[in-house]
Design a protein around this ligand. Structure first.
Ligand code: 1JT
Length: 256
């Protein structure tokens, strides 16, 4: 059976390890027949992501720190050289200081706030600007968000504010890039035990509370997030842009 992403080329930013949502998405994209390029951040992740890229059959594995304009320019040049065109881009990147995810939000420092915004929100704008000229036949840009953007979730704090900005950026980018047939959407995933989440205070309690109260009475599986990413990246998603799709076992519909 032909895959949903046959003859498409995808760039996935944010694979750090096997638990990354970006890894689950890259796997599903490959399964559906996409050609893959991956990026990693910093020398520390190079070996891991190169290994994962080899397993996945990625054609390119490149370093790219999205806070550096020169690295984004380098990424665009490398993609242009190696791939005929680009159809799908996944942005799965976020960062905040550990102390800003445990102390009261009101104590967030200026530098911690700006760091979370730069890495987790502005980077989508910078990436979209970089890749849009390569998406000559239109395409799909996807990012990952979380319910803490629109509701207060204890400890999510500065990340919630960054995700709120990210979600607004999705809408403005969808408006700008729509005329080029480039769609921009976010998946709001339920909490998943990834490497970054593991370090968060009381994260296991969050997982347990969600599994108890969500309509589906369980947590979110990365593979479910990945299958929704396939839908949005494929032609099945051709009418959807500027949207936030919840893949969270239904948790967000509950009032109590
Ligand atoms: C970051 C981290 C971004 C954890 C993240 C994240 N987006 C979702 N999570 C998981 C999460 C975290 C908290 C939470 C619920 C889900 C950690 C490193 C920085 C970027 O609160 C209940 C805190």
């Amino acid at each position: 059976m032909a895959g949903l992403l046959e003859a498409k080329t995808a760039l996935v930013l944010g694979v750090a390890n096997r638990w990354s949502l970006a890894y689950a998405i890259a796997q599903a994209f490959r399964r559906e027949g996409a050609r893959l390029a991956l990026t990693y951040q910093g020398e520390r992740q190079k070996a891991t992501v190169e290994e994962l890229g080899a397993e996945l059959g990625a054609e390119l594995v490149l370093g790219c720190d999205v806070t550096q304009e020169s690295e984004l320019e380098g990424l665009a040049a490398a993609l242009k050289e190696a791939l005929p065109q680009l159809d799908c881009v996944v942005h799965s990147i976020a960062f905040a200081n550990r102390e800003d995810l445990s102390r009261p939000f009101v104590e967030t420092s200026r530098s911690g706030y700006l760091l979370a915004q730069e890495v987790s929100s502005y980077s989508l704008v910078a990436v979209a600007r970089t890749v849009a000229p390569l998406m000559r036949q239109g395409g799909s840009i996807l990012t990952l968000t979380y319910l803490g953007a629109t509701r207060v979730v204890p400890n999510y704090n500065v990340m919630g504010v960054a995700k709120a900005a990210l979600e607004a950026a999705v809408r403005y980018l969808a408006s700008d890039l729509g005329p080029s047939n480039i769609r921009v959407n976010a998946i709001s995933a339920g909490p998943v035990k990834t490497a970054s989440a593991r370090g968060v205070k009381d994260f296991i309690k969050v997982l347990d509370a969600v599994a108890e109260r969500a309509p589906l009475r369980r947590n979110t599986d990365p593979a479910e997030v990945a299958d929704t990413a396939v839908f949005l990246a494929s032609d099945l998603g051709r009418g959807v842009t500027g949207n936030i799709i919840f893949v969270d076992a239904g948790f967000q519909v509950m009032g109590l």
